[in-house]
Design a protein around this ligand. Sequence first.
Ligand SMILES: [Zn+2]
Ligand SMILES: [Zn+2]
Length: 284
Amino acid sequence: MDVTFYGARGSCPCSGERYRRYGGNTASVLVRTDGGETIVLDLGTGLRELGVAISSDHPAGGPPVRATALLTHLHFDHIFGLPFYGPLRHQDSVLEVYGPRQPTGTIGDALCDLVQPPFFPIPLQSLLADMRFRELGDGDEFAIGDAKIQARLVPHPGPTLGYRIDVDGQSLAYLPDHQQPVPGGAIDESVLQLCRDADLLVHDAQYTEFEMSHKPHWGHSTVDFAVDLAVRSGVGQLVLFHHDPSHDDAALDEMLEKACALAAPHGLSVSSAREGATVELGRS
Ligand SMILES: [Zn+2]
Ligand SMILES: [Zn+2]
């Protein structure tokens, strides 16, 4: 499978020369399996460009597009690209969205409540594509073509899922928003299960240790924790993800350098998610 980052930022999009190399769009990642499945991880602002990319490589040179989205949770930075996803404007497109079951109402209700006037000029239901919503609970498993998907609840404010995709003999764990344990606390079994022996882990690495000391319960992880989790889970490659909007390219370079130094003694390979970068799994 190929994993391409269209948005790697957390919390809020940002723009400007200082953010040019890593990019400023929020979470949206494209996974393409060798069997031809199109899987979208989160619907942040990176989804707009992702939609352009998968429309233009359609054999007919344009839409329709059939895709499946795995939504981790409903925070703005993970949904804001939805109404700007171009294939929704074409009646033969299909977007199936899986996401965490909500305490009240469905994820379809929640998204339709937001994508309508006065927040957006066109109600979500009026867009032409066939959109379907599926609710997931902790431990649910299902298939997208030949890809096996596992969903587990992970610590973060509000119902939040992490996902694991096993396909083509490779595995990807995606935990973009994860509240790391308090010092000395145990890592949730759900998190360990998703990450165990994954070939690629895309994980929350929003904060430095200093920042975490000021924001211990804001729902996120440090670079140090991401490396520690990857090492103890036997992960092959770690991608640092959900970059804080206050971290420009230079700051992210520094955080990556630190992560590489922590990971090197364990033989773990680390990179930092950049818009437009692709990780190819199983083709080396
Ligand atoms: Zn987020
Ligand atoms: Zn969040």
